[in-house]
Design a protein around this ligand. Structure first.
Ligand code: PGA
Length: 210
């Protein structure tokens, strides 16, 4: 049985002070929670505050992006080494917003994935969207689970059954306290990547404790 990963993607929300406030409220709510792994991916500049606040807890901290080069003249970018040095253990790669607004392609996503794996960061790779269904409000846990079966099948073809079997495939897209239980009850769904609903300590905690 794969342990689920419940990951927060804060996108471009929260300052360091707001990060500390979040952890003050969040930690007591999940301190006894061991069923799932928890990761929070704040904006880069909030990583030190998050790492410090999460020190004595079971919460991992991740970046929302990385560059594949070790270092160099890449204004605005952050390397795997910088993420590791600030205490990150996870990193989101190839989010649909990065593909849509910042020109990321499968090629750059591949470079980033290889870099993250070599550095020992746990990558949260975003691989696609069932946009039409989502926009129409039609994404059901069953549809999501079917998509996950498909993804696991592709992973098996590319990397073998054993690797595919150990792969955690998270669901992301409007996960909320109200739908977390039905989504997470699907055996093929190995966790969630939560955006908007992870910004409030009570709602992210409720999702984790679905
Ligand atoms: P959402 O974001 O939960 O706000 O839909 C998820 C994501 O895009 O990471």
């Amino acid at each position: 049985m794969r342990k689920k990963l419940m990951a927060a993607n804060w996108k471009m929300y929260k300052t360091p002070d707001q990060t500390r406030d979040f952890f003050r409220d969040f930690l007591p709510l999940i301190s006894d929670h061991t069923r799932d792994e928890i990761a929070i991916c704040p904006p880069f500049v909030c990583v030190p505050a998050a790492v410090d606040a999460a020190k004595e807890s079971n919460i991992a901290i991740g970046g929302q992006n990385l560059h594949w080069e070790k270092e160099g003249a890449y204004t605005g970018e952050v390397s795997a080494g910088i993420l590791l040095a600030t205490g990150c253990t996870h990193v989101i790669i190839g989010h649909s917003e990065r593909r849509q607004y910042f020109g990321e392609t499968d090629d750059t996503v591949n470079l980033k994935l290889k870099t993250a794996l070599e550095a020992g960061l746990t990558p949260i790779v975003c691989v696609g969207e069932v946009l039409e269904e989502r926009e129409a409000g039609l994404t059901t846990p069953q549809l999501a689970a079917e998509a996950h079966v498909l993804i696991r099948g592709e992973a098996a073809k590319a990397f073998g059954d054993k690797m595919a079997e150990s792969l955690r495939i998270l669901y992301g897209g409007s996960v909320k306290p109200e739908n977390a239980k039905s989504l997470m009850s699907e055996e093929e769904i190995d966790g969630a990547l939560v955006g908007g609903a992870s910004l409030s300590a009570t709602s992210f905690a409720a999702i984790i404790k679905y």
